[in-house]
Design a protein around this ligand. Sequence first.
Ligand SMILES: C=CC1=C(C)c2cc3[nH]c(cc4nc(cc5[nH]c(cc1n2)c(C)c5CCC(=O)O)C(CCC(=O)O)=C4C)c(C)c3C=C
Ligand code: FE2
Ligand code: FE2
Length: 344
Amino acid sequence: MAAAEGRADPRPAGHPPVAIGKVGVLLINLGSPDAPTKSAVRRYLLDFLSDKRVVEIPAFIWQPILRGLVLTVRPRKTAANYARIWQEDSPLRLNTRRQAEALADAWPGVTVDFAMRYGNPSIPSRLEAMHAAGCDRILLAPLYPQYSSATTGTAIEHGWNSLDHMRWIPATRTLPSYHDHPAHIAALAASVREGVAALDFEPEAVLASFHGMPKRTLELGDPYHCHCSKTARLLREALGWPEGRLRLCFQSRFGRAEWLQPYTEPTLEALAKEGIRKVAVVCPSFSVDCLETLEEIAIGAKEIFEHAGGTHFAYLPCLNDSAQGIEMLRCIIGESLAGWVPQG
Ligand SMILES: C=CC1=C(C)c2cc3[nH]c(cc4nc(cc5[nH]c(cc1n2)c(C)c5CCC(=O)O)C(CCC(=O)O)=C4C)c(C)c3C=C
Ligand SMILES: [Fe+2]
Ligand SMILES: [Fe+2]
């Protein structure tokens, strides 16, 4: 700019790069270990489970339990679970990368990248790269449809903390929860409708299995439970299904405290015992397939259901980088870019 106006650039040689008016979109998801090994999983779990928004127990009580008990026992089992579903990378990272690639040309001149809250690529490293590339406006987009402090909250907090040392802090926006966004419900409904139609059996019940949270977080005011209930209701209405055909439940319980109920695995056992032999499960709290869907549900929950007498079990995949999933992201992210990019 200075050169165009005929003046010398006043910055000394070697001056750090300065923002030059670009917009960046950072897709954020939870993160995975670097490899499906015990040592990599231990590092990942230490980072993840030390987050005060994930485990809300005072550090002087929790840290000795985490380091003395959880991290001596859990990494071996969790690494074995990851090994079962690992592709050329963790499915969560792979699917998130594919979403970012599919959105690369969605808005002319906008840089789209992705980061993981725990592990790599880290949020600070990708925000530094955006800053260096000249982004002075950045949308932090945690890809969790339902808000919870343990997921969306910590991703935003970490994003902001990663920028706070900068001299010229970029303007930031955050993607609102999209649990009830019509584009999200329409994409989910289309994927469930198509998924069920492609089965070689007619499910007698479909479970909408959301990641669980400690029940206490609901009492503390976390909107997650309400958001999940609303997603499930709107999805059922969009499908035109009667009450009871789509059942809300919560998976992935961790620790001994009570979590949101009903729990997914006991629900499947109870259904089998009631004589419901054919089910399908969809996981609407995950924007991409990951350990919790591909291992815990598609493998583990299937075994539990069949062991209890079920005969037919189908797992319906997440939206991932499907055409309808990308169209939905284009729509909800596009809304958050209003005023920053021309609206199409
Ligand atoms: C107190 C513990 C946990 C809370 C609270 C929690 C909330 C929560 N998590 C997700 C999404 C994912 N969780 C995943 C794995 C995972 N989650 C926990 C614990 C809590 N999650 C653990 C210990 C693990 C690791 C695996 C294990 O050891 O069991 C994943 C998968 C990551 C992957 O690499 O594939 C996702 C995704 C949500 C949405 C949520 C609250 C709303
Ligand atoms: Fe989790
Ligand atoms: Fe799990």
